[in-house]
Ligand binder design. Structure first.
Ligand code: COA
Length: 175
């Protein structure tokens, strides 16, 4: 398994991985139409091409196949400082590779990136029913600081996402 930072040419591969991992993780809790609309609206290759221009991605690969990814960038949550705070936007591992420490390696790569290290706060949101991911994030020091409404594309249903935050103590700049 190897980790590397993604580049523009990865947009299509990332979209395929993102759609598969999202559908595997949350497909059973969404109506088929809502799932399809979510994938088309948020996780298309065109979207990833746009996101790759502003966000940073690390991908995990095995034998040339993408098996997990993490995405992070500036945080635009209402409670965040858009100038300094960062958001861990997505962290996904293919089902057959979960629980083998890959998520932890992707998380470590993200948290060790200079922009993330320099951020006073790192935010993320996570579905309130996703207890495994919440446990995973708590181990890194993320704490629940609020809630956000998640509305499916049709508007037929809403659910609650928890907002979690990691507050970092930054070392003073020398000089
Ligand atoms: C969350 C996730 C990225 C962690 O990656 P991983 O490689 O499985 O994690 P690691 O092996 O490093 O660590 C294991 C921990 O991950 C979490 N985890 C494992 N499988 C999970 C799953 N299917 N869903 C959510 N969290 C899971 C648990 O906290 C687990 O620790 P535990 O032993 O206390 O249960 C990965 O499981 C995943 O892609 N899950 C589905 C998508 C998801 O929930 N993404 C987060 C959206 S906010």
């Amino acid at each position: 398994m190897s980790l590397r930072q993604a580049v523009q040419d990865d947009a299509r591969g990332l979209a395929e991985l993102a759609q598969k991992t999202y559908a595997d993780a949350f497909g059973a809790s969404l109506r088929v139409d809502d799932l399809r609309a979510h994938l088309e609206k948020n996780l298309s290759a065109e979207n990833f091409a746009r996101m790759l221009e502003v966000d940073t991605f690390f991908v995990a690969e095995q034998d040339g196949r993408m098996i997990g990814y993490v995405q992070f960038g500036k945080c635009n949550f209402e409670r965040a400082n858009a100038a300094t705070d960062y958001e861990l936007r997505r962290l996904y591992v293919l089902r057959e590779f979960q629980n083998q420490n890959l998520g932890a390696q992707l998380m470590d790569a993200a948290l060790n990136h200079p922009c993330m290290k320099a951020a006073p706060r790192i935010f993320l949101d996570v579905w309130e029913q996703n207890h495994g991911a919440q446990r995973f994030y708590r181990r890194y020091g993320f704490e629940v600081v609020g809630e956000r409404k998640f509305e499916v594309e049709s508007g037929a249903e809403t659910s609650v996402d928890l907002v979690m935050c990691l507050t970092q103590t930054l070392s003073p700049t020398v000089g």
